[in-house]
Design a protein around this ligand. Structure first.
Ligand SMILES: [Fe+2]
Length: 187
């Protein structure tokens, strides 16, 4: 065999083995091994992904009200909602990464978020400032209830790491609710 032919054969072989490697990697399950039970991984993943969709939805709703705020208390409310939106956004990455760490698959698109979220969007052209705050207070109260439910699921399977993150998020959610409630309290 000429050296050129031999080089060609070696190249074909390496392309074939690379293709095989890629196929193997693509077909391998995208699941991190964990000591949690399979039922736990399934239940916690489902609960956390739904919360993730809710948090993304509430983040955007808070930003929406931040952008469209008006009236005499504009500065205060505008800044308050920005702070709340930052807090909500900061929750999203740790939630998704918890799911991946325990061997689950997390959200992949905005479309998936909108199919999963339970938080109702508000696309109204104009919303009264106090109505914005009252609606967000209610959404945050509901979020705290749902976080407690996910905490129960984590407790059931002894996923203490997810549970301890959720405890902090419940406290932050209660703080947001408090501020929103006080800002809308009428004399
Ligand atoms: Fe802003």
């Amino acid at each position: 065999m000429t050296p050129l032919k031999e080089r060609g054969r070696t190249m074909n072989k390496s392309i074939a083995s690379r293709k095989l490697e890629l196929t193997k990697r693509r077909d391998a399950p995208l699941m991190t091994r964990t000591d949690l039970k399979a039922a736990g991984v399934k239940d916690i993943t489902g609960a956390m992904n739904t919360i993730l969709a809710d948090v993304f939805a509430l983040y955007l709703k808070t930003k929406n009200f931040h952008w469209h705020m008006s009236g005499p208390h504009f500065r205060d409310y505008h800044l308050l909602l920005d702070e709340h939106a930052d807090q909500l956004f900061a929750m999203t990455d740790p939630i998704a990464e918890r799911v991946r760490k325990i061997g689950g698959i997390t959200l992949r698109s905005i479309g998936q978020i909108s199919r999963t979220q339970r938080v109702l969007d508000n696309e109204a052209e104009y919303v009264e400032p106090l109505d914005m705050l009252a609606e967000l207070a209610e959404d945050n109260r509901t979020l705290a209830t749902r976080l407690r439910q996910v905490h129960n699921v984590c407790d059931k399977y002894r996923d203490v790491a997810s549970a301890s993150l959720i405890e902090v998020w419940i406290e932050e959610t209660e703080r947001r609710t408090w501020f929103l409630f006080e800002a809308t309290r009428r004399p």
